[in-house]
Design a protein around this ligand. Sequence first.
Ligand SMILES: [Zn+2]
Ligand SMILES: [Zn+2]
Length: 293
Amino acid sequence: MPIGRPEFNNPEFNNNDAKITFVGHSTTLVEMSGVRVLTDPIFRDKFRLLRRRSRVCTKCIDVGTLDAVVLSHMHFDHMDYPSLAMIPREVPIVAPVGAGRYLKRKVGHDVVEMKVGQTIRIGAMDIHATPSVHDSGFYWPLWYPKSVLSFVFDASHTVLFVGDTALFEDLRDVGRRFDIDVAMLPVWGVGPYLRGHHMTPAEAAEALSLLSARTAIPIHWGTIHPAVPGWKDMPFLTEPPHLFARESARRAPMTEVRVLSPGESTIIRAASEEDSLFESLGIRSAPSEVVPA
Ligand SMILES: [Zn+2]
Ligand SMILES: [Zn+2]
């Protein structure tokens, strides 16, 4: 089913490279094949009992040229009505089944509901809904739908965005079904302790070994924290991606880990013939390239 606006072909992003920006927490911007998709937008500095460590630059994201917003689930660190209201109404929201009636009432965007196994198309990009295991945790209001999705964005590259999840064996099937260029994996929670179904950095590295991705970008870290004085610089805000990189070197040595700070972008180059030759020999190589926002 095609969705999105007809003028999606932004020439700036319509080449064979993919650009990925870690805006912060689970908010990422994926740009490839002329399509721009934003995940789980959280733009506010203060919300509920949480605080943001660094300002987010909504102008840099240029929400006016987005083709879609994708929501993994209805936890408040992923679905924030005031942040969604900052995005023009013409931009459709893709969300798990059951979320549409709540979103429609609050923000007025068109909502496309998806469940695991479904695919939609936006311009040159297919968006596939894939599973997450995250059935615990506090939802407010309590009657919010509890379905949780991950998504594969498939265009010039294949990019996996994983919503909150525990480590689960079926990730291996996702890795078998898709030839993943980039896996964006959550490596922490929100506070100093992990609660509910989240992955430790070591578990995220284990997940990476099941997925067999070429490149990994750790997300869901370093951005927001409980509003407790002195917690802004606690180790739980800085250490998880580096622990993840260290564990991944051991458990998924074929995958290059790129640690982006909130606000940084990276370019994933089109695979060259040379890369293909290396891959046929079982060697994966891609130069690191991190671009500050
Ligand atoms: Zn969650
Ligand atoms: Zn979360």
